[in-house]
Design a protein around this ligand. Structure first.
Ligand code: GZL
Length: 320
């Protein structure tokens, strides 16, 4: 009898715990989408537009989005620290604009172990597919090819060209140069006489162009991996007493307002658009990941080429 009672008591305890488990309210998942974004810095007008696109979107959706935003001042170690802090916080999704392509495996493996998906925004990193959920950004090789086609057109296929390059090791710089050099090689009359990094900044772009102008008496065209370096280069060309946009043709990438203003003034010729307004796409992808949906491995930006001839009409329509 005693044994029977003991058995029934144990059986009831087991049933109760199973029942309780089955009916226990699941801990309410945080209703908000909690995101950590490790931004590169504030090196260019383009970067500022991207930051605004991200922070403004989060502010507009404050009831459903909690954004933790870190500015790394263009230092990879600061981005890595920020990603680690987001992992500690237990955010739902991490956004990262990798300042350079290499050096990310360790911290991305930590994010994977913590089961926090990472979305690369605007720049890529050299890691295996399992370490990131998606890349939201442009086809930089295509941008470089478009820029070269414009330079060939502007120079009628012949002349001396200098290149102002972006941050050493950055995917946007590496791939734009790849596309530019592949395409420009189709015009044997064009010679690349100098290449140097201006780190995507206006001030360094001016310094680099000043040195080019001192070293090379005959420069027919200048290409820059971004508009900010080209705006610095234009200052240097003018200070050297040369005519930017006519004596020295210019082609650069981004599509920032300042370059449109230079085209309206006749001092620049072409900008290849690179869309920085990635906030909406980024948060939509993050929300999809949180909801357990699959997203494309590459969410490509759509962009165009803008020329001096239409700059006055285009300028009022520009959003950055
Ligand atoms: C491109 C982005 C580049 C811009 C620069 O996606 O990474 O970085 O072209 C910016 O202006 O500094």
């Amino acid at each position: 009898m005693k044994k029977a009672i003991v058995f029934l008591v144990i059986l009831s305890l087991v049933c109760f715990s199973v029942f309780a488990e089955g009916t226990r309210e699941k801990a309410p998942a945080n209703e908000k989408l909690v995101v950590g974004f490790a931004q590169i810095g504030q090196e260019s007008g383009w970067r500022g537009a991207e930051t605004t696109s991200i922070t403004f979107y989060a502010a507009q959706n404050i009831d459903t989005i909690q954004l933790h935003f870190a500015d790394a001042q263009q230092k990879q170690e600061n981005q890595i620290k920020a990603v680690r802090s987001f992992i500690q916080m237990g955010v739902d999704v991490i956004g990262l604009a990798p300042v350079v392509e290499t050096g990310w495996e360790t911290v991305l493996k930590e994010a994977k172990e913590a089961e926090i998906p990472v979305i690369f925004v605007d720049r890529m990193a050299n890691v295996s597919d399992d370490l990131y959920a998606s890349f939201i950004g442009s086809d930089f090789v295509d941008e470089g090819q478009k820029a070269a086609k414009e330079m060939i057109r502007l120079l009628n296929g012949k002349g001396n060209v200098v290149m102002l390059e972006g941050t050493v090791g950055a995917s946007a710089a590496i791939d734009r140069q790849k596309g530019f050099l592949e395409e420009i090689a189709k015009a044997p009359g064009i010679t690349i006489i100098a290449r140097q990094s201006g780190d995507f900044t206006r001030s360094k772009g001016k310094e680099v162009m000043e040195s080019f102008l001192k070293s090379y008496p005959q420069i027919d065209g200048a290409y820059a991996d971004n508009d900010d370096m080209m705006l610095g280069a234009i200052e240097a060309i003018k200070e050297a007493g040369k005519k930017s946009g006519t004596q020295i043709k210019t082609v650069s990438v981004d599509g920032v307002k300042g370059l449109f203003e230079a085209m309206v003034a006749g001092e620049a010729n072409v900008t290849v658009e690179c869309n920085p307004l990635l906030g909406p796409q980024f948060f939509q992808a993050a929300a999809d990941l949180k909801a357990g949906k699959s997203i494309p491995k590459w969410i490509k930006s759509n962009e165009d080429v803008y020329r001096q001839e239409t700059a006055a009409a285009d300028l009022p329509t520009r959003l950055y």
